[in-house]
Design a protein around this ligand. Structure first.
Ligand code: FAD
Length: 306
């Protein structure tokens, strides 16, 4: 489905959605309600994260497999190389291919001791993300996406090192990078300039985190080194106990961010949904992304198929 937005000057806009594997039956119900609600927007793909150190290996697989079986969505399975030998990682990759998955988001993963510790590869493991990407591409003809860090990775020695790492991942076969979330669009465009100047030509898709719980988002931003501009804090000032207003502000803030990106030429977005649909659905609607007429007419019938 191709959607053209008036704002984008008629250029097609595409979206993808990220989910995490649920831990409990309640979380499972929330996730599937969200997938059901967002599926008619015909995302390019939906991705499912892989818990730190591979802790959600089975749950990620089960979620991705259910997406293949019960929807017409194209799933992308996240995969890291932390704490696993190559053989184990390769088995997971083959398992995905056999289950009908054709897209992997390949990551190194955080150090097992937590962010801030030195990263030590498993003695028999893939040592870098680029090695993992090459390994996946050797096994089968997967589409492979990777990460990108407009504000540098917390372990980054310099922007140049980061760009070298990204270039190595692309040389190994990655065809898309999805960014860490950011709130200051100027930082994204400055990074994009550096990426293009380095000769990297794959799409650098902005990862958008629509913020409804500002406190939670600020904590997350601190861990990832994401700059929280004063104007953003200001938007949520005094609303800690006022959920209803916060939700309205959240939609306005997210819309402001994506509209500015569209005005400056961006046509592809990856949304960190946190397994919640409403805010992302609203922002997509504002971007001109609508379910096909016949699906819209049948909304609320509980079907997960796109
Ligand atoms: P890379 O891109 O390989 O490296 C990140 C940075 O580390 C480099 O830019 C560089 O600064 C430094 N670095 C790495 N290797 C070297 C080297 N050899 N020499 C010098 N510097 C080096 N984590 C999960 O556990 N599960 C997920 O599902 C998950 N999904 C994610 C999705 C996205 C879109 C993003 C942006 C991140 C995700 N992460 C996930 C987090 C990610 O695993 C961590 O940020 C991790 O610390 C780095 O993994 P990476 O693949 O981004 O690393």
């Amino acid at each position: 489905v191709e959607r053209r937005s008036r704002r984008s000057g008629g250029r097609p806009i595409s979206v993808s959605f990220e989910f995490f594997p649920p831990k409990t039956p309640e979380m499972d119900a929330t996730l599937w309600a969200s997938i059901t609600r967002l599926a008619p927007l015909a995302p390019k793909f939906v991705s499912v994260t892989y818990g730190a150190g591979g802790s959600t290996r089975e749950r990620t697989h089960a979620t991705v497999e259910r997406i293949v079986k019960e929807t017409r969505l194209a799933p992308a399975a996240h995969l890291t190389c932390v704490s696993a030998a190559r053989g184990e990682v390769d088995d997971v990759v083959r398992g995905y291919w056999d289950a009908g998955v054709r897209h992997i988001v390949a990551l190194r993963g955080d150090p097992p001791g937590g962010v801030g510790q030195a990263y030590e590869p498993h003695p028999q493991g893939y040592r870098t993300t680029a090695e993992l990407v090459a390994g996946i591409r050797r096994i089968a003809n997967f589409e492979v996406s990777v990460s990108a860090y407009p504000e540098r990775h917390p372990e980054s020695a310099s922007f140049d090192t980061d760009l070298d790492i990204l270039a190595a991942k692309v040389d190994a076969g990655a065809t898309r990078a999805i960014t860490q979330c950011f709130f200051d669009n100027d930082l994204y465009f400055r990074y994009l300039d550096k990426v293009r100047a380095r000769g990297i030509d794959v799409p650098i898709v902005p990862g958008i985190l629509p913020v409804s719980n500002f406190k939670q988002a600020r904590n997350f931003a601190e861990k990832t080194g994401t700059h929280v501009p004063d104007w953003l804090s200001g938007r949520f000032e005094g609303l800690d106990a006022d959920l209803e207003t916060r939700k309205l502000i959240a939609a306005a803030v997210a819309a402001e961010q994506v509209f500015d990106l569209v005005d400056r030429g961006v046509t592809e977005f990856h949304f960190y949904t946190l397994n919640r649909a409403d805010l992302v659905y609203a922002v997509c609607h504002l971007l001109g992304i609508r379910p096909p007429q016949e699906v819209a007419a049948g909304q609320g019938n509980g079907q997960a198929a796109a």
